[in-house]
Design a protein around this ligand. Structure first.
Ligand code: SF4
Length: 508
């Protein structure tokens, strides 16, 4: 069996990923998504940029012949070349596992090794902004294998970060940590213990086992599909034998509240979420708390006393003209390349979509000006968006382009974050409170079901590379649908709150 630094990185993010990469059925893997390919290409580009300023030697070997790669790398180390790019070194563990180290660079340093008066130290070249722990663990892994091959420890090892430059890894601190992770990973793989599925959007979204794992989670009605069930809380729930949505829905929040990682609000939210999912129904926050009659009405909930107070408390304006706003951006370039605005005129009963797109990155400032012109054409119109990103970007662009405060300060008061309003008002039977699952549950469909923000970034990159306008058109369709989905959610939420208010009034 062979373990490399990439596998250790996957193991730290998800034990199951490391297991499936060795024992999973390759036909059940998703195709590599375009966004991941773009990240790989960007990373390679970053490496090339750094290496263009360096002199290095690369060992020659046939792809995947790791023994030959090891021999060629050791030959270069023996010769004492200054820098070795993409060397491969192997070492055996006591359990008979082969460790394969392939640092981006091996750099010659003063010292004493089996090869002479020098030692080699590993360097990793990373696109990321921060020296993440997983990067440091990878470097410590390389340092260990290199030490075994050359019979001496390097004093230092580094990560080269695109924005922060050189980061020295503290090997004294990282080596024991790395060893612990390596031992655990080795045991899991040798004993073939398949870790349980646990869907966590942040780490699963780019994993090639997502469809496979999600299917299993669906079949098992796995609790990780419930928003609010974190790995820590899941352990606590398992200890109470709460392994199904129904069992969780039958609990009272007071029973969960004292558990580590819960607390009052999380306990209420989780029970409410389980009941919403079990019955496939939207619940007003306080209504859901009382769904089984296990809790008293009133302020024992999360702060909303009567449903008819909700609309006002949540501050969801309705106006003759409303704007629905969604930005597409490339985070690695810090570039907002599209401001999409849907203008809904309720009096004229008309809708118009304005896609303000920067066809070249340097046009961002022009598009920013067009955006300001458009939103100030409707000075009374509330601007609905989903999540805080749009407001943050408007603030950033205003600062970047020196926009006067009289144009920005009043504008910011017009923004209404619908994600905030939805999550404060209702519990929905969805796997996540992102725009797509919510709007889809409400019956809205995107014209391109596979489109998403990451895909939009890829399309923009492909447009810049090829000049093919079909990529731009795809971005515009996706962005318009996001704006329309936001509009759909807003109308539904207002209708739902009004209906709830009427029902309450009838009961009173
Ligand atoms: S989809 Fe998620 S749970 Fe499954 S292997 Fe990947 S990261 Fe792990």
């Amino acid at each position: 069996m062979l373990i490399d630094a990439e596998q250790l990185t996957h193991y730290q993010r998800c034990h199951r990923r490391a297991y499936l990469d060795v024992y999973g059925n390759p036909t059940e893997r998703d195709a590599t998504n375009e966004y991941l390919l773009k990240l790989i290409q960007d990373s390679q580009e970053n490496q090339r940029g750094f290496l263009s300023r360096q002199k290095f030697v690369q060992p020659e070997y046939q792809a995947y012949d790791w023994q030959a790669a090891h021999a060629a790398t050791v030959a270069l180390m023996r010769q004492g070349v200054e820098k070795i790019f993409q060397g491969v070194l192997l070492s055996e563990t006591a359990e008979g596992v082969t460790l394969k180290s392939n640092p981006d660079l091996l750099v010659k340093q003063p010292g004493r090794s089996l090869f002479g008066d020098w030692v080699y130290a590993p360097i990793e070249i990373k696109l990321g902004k921060r020296p993440k722990l997983e990067y440091q663990v990878a470097v410590a892994f390389h340092a260990r294998v290199v030490a075994e091959v050359q019979g001496a420890w390097a004093e230092e090892a580094w990560i080269l970060l695109r924005e922060r430059g050189t980061f020295a890894v503290d090997l004294w601190e990282l080596l024991p940590k790395m060893q612990e992770i390596l031992d655990d990973c080795t045991q899991m793989l040798l004993q073939q213990q398949e870790p349980e599925v646990f869907i966590a959007r942040s780490r699963c979204s780019l994993c090639h086992w997502l469809s496979h794992c999600h299917q299993i989670a669906k079949q098992e009605h796995h609790l990780s599909l419930l928003p609010g069930v974190t790995p820590t809380r899941y352990v606590q729930l398992q200890a109470l034998h709460l392994t199904t949505v129904r069992s969780l829905a039958d609990m009272t929040p007071a029973e969960l509240e004292p558990l580590p990682g819960f607390g009052r609000e999380a306990a209420y939210k989780l029970v409410r979420q389980a009941r919403s999912t079990l019955h496939n129904q939207a619940f007003l926050i306080e209504e859901s708390l009382n769904f089984t009659g296990t809790l008293p009405h009133g302020r024992a909930g999360l702060g909303f006393h009567y449903p008819n107070e909700l609309h006002a408390l949540l501050d969801i304006p309705s106006a003759a003209v409303e704007l629905y706003f969604d930005i597409e951006a490339e985070p690695t370039l810090n570039l907002a390349y599209l401001h999409g605005i849907l203008v809904v005129d309720r009096v004229a009963n008309s809708q118009a979509f304005y896609p303000l797109i920067a066809e070249r990155p340097e046009d961002e400032i022009l598009v920013w000006q067009q955006f300001l012109d458009l939103v100030w054409r409707y000075p009374q119109a509330p601007i609905f968006h989903f999540c805080p990103y749009e407001v943050q970007t408007v603030e950033r662009l205003a600062k970047l382009y020196g926009t006067p405060s009289h144009l920005i300060d009043p504008l910011l008061t017009r923004f209404v974050d619908l994600h905030d309003r939805v999550t404060r008002a209702v519990t929905l039977p969805v796997e996540s409170y992102a725009l797509k699952p919510i709007a889809r549950w409400l019956g809205f469909n995107w014209r391109d079901p596979a489109a998403n923000g990451a895909q939009s970034i890829c399309w923009y990159s492909q447009w810049l590379t090829t000049g093919d306008r079909t990529y731009l058109d795809s971005i515009l369709v996706y962005n318009e649908d996001d704006c329309r989905a936001t509009h759909h959610v807003k109308d539904w939420l207002v209708g739902f709150l009004m209906e709830s208010s009427l029902q309450t009034a009838e009961l009173a």
